[in-house]
Design a protein around this ligand. Structure first.
Ligand SMILES: [Zn+2]
Length: 77
């Protein structure tokens, strides 16, 4: 996922809005990362917020539509 950092298959669910800031265990908020990417995201929060891999507690986690289980997810507006 993150070039030069990634070591392969996803192993951990990263909460884009951290659970300590009210992040929920939802599709919009969760993203699978390998352990190296996951550690890197938390070690580089400025970068991660720009990349929307971290979302502030007062923001709504959103993803563009993504192909999931055979259909495109819909944005909830
Ligand atoms: Zn990775």
């Amino acid at each position: 996922m993150i070039p030069t950092v990634c070591v392969g298959p996803p192993q951990q669910i990263h909460h884009r809005q951290m659970r300590s800031q009210g992040g929920e265990h939802t599709i919009e908020n969760g993203i699978f990362l390998c352990h190296a990417c996951h550690a890197w995201v938390h070690a580089h929060p400025k970068w991660a917020y720009r990349a929307e891999l971290l979302v502030h507690g007062w923001e709504e986690p959103r993803f563009p539509p993504v192909f999931y289980r055979g259909r495109m997810t819909q944005r909830e507006e």
